[in-house]
Design a protein around this ligand. Sequence first.
Ligand code: TXA
Ligand code: MG
Length: 346
Amino acid sequence: MTTQILDAFDIEKDSDSIDIAAKLLREGKTVIFPTETVYGLGANAFDESAVKNIFVAKGRPSDNPLIVHISDVKDIEPLVTEIPDILYTLAEKFWPGALTVILPKSQRIPYITSGGLDTVAIRIPQNEIAREIIKRAGVPIAAPSANLSGSPSPTTFLHCKSDMMGRVDAIINSFDSLVGVESTVLLLDKNEPRILRPGGITYEMLLQYLPNLQIDKGVLNIIADNEKASSPGMKYKHYAPNADCVLVKANTKSFCDFVKKEQQKDKNVYVICFDEDIEFIENNAISYGKVDDHTTQAHNIFAVLRQTNDIENISKIYIHAPSMNDVGLAVYNRLIRSCAFNITEL
Ligand code: TXA
Ligand code: MG
């Protein structure tokens, strides 16, 4: 398949690219577009064969549902059968933004989009180019992260190009994703509201409007083969670079002492760590931000994980675990999966 590259950095100056992308989506084609969380691989959410092409391009299991992106809160009505009052409060506070809500789906949403579930995940992205493309397409856009299934999510145009060239109809070349981790997935049903995936909108932010907010067990724990996942995405291998990774929970001193010993045994051991660790580790260390700066950690983490794939002879990666408050919970949630739940506490 030939993949068209469309530059879009400015809504007005790059209006032509936005028109082309919108037209392609309307015609049932696949288009990768920027969002503030990560880049998304979009197709018309109503069009079964277009949505099928998303699953094929990513190599994604067909039971893992997609998020449907809209550009205005009024566009939610045809997609769902029920809208709880709290949705409008959350929409006012957090949309457009990194929050996805799960509601009972209407018949307009085909089962291929919802991974066979009777619910649908919906979000309005903050990125203006994304919203403009969706608006001009005139249809809701199903879009998972634009990476090959299992690899770290793409936060730059180059990440998308390296995973998806020849697999989609078009890729928008735009700015790097601001947030850097995906949206928070929030289940709103008859039970207490529950976070199925922590993301850009934090537990602490949501708690102000949802005092009985829960965090699903699958956010921090491995789902056993015989257990039902609240969110199918929890079951799958995720965000993994090529080398084996271990997540290390430790303070600066014990982390640095530990990895230095490991590097003495094997010079091909690499470290993903905080700015504060760098001066104590002589070799093979990449920082993803300051220890207390979860916003920067979120912004960098997927790019840093991908960067390790270019290092020759890398044998193992030790990753310094972030604390779990604010967007740190989202970063921690991604990293336990990058490490296939291989966690060491010092
Ligand atoms: O920030 C984001 O959310 C990005 C951008 C492109 O918007 N999208 C994204 O999509 O991360 P994806 O497909 O990579 O992740 C969607 C997650 C998956 O873990 C999926 O299982 C879950 O949301 N999900 C989607 N629909 C669901 C549903 N009806 N019930 C439970 N979980 C659902
Ligand atoms: Mg994804």
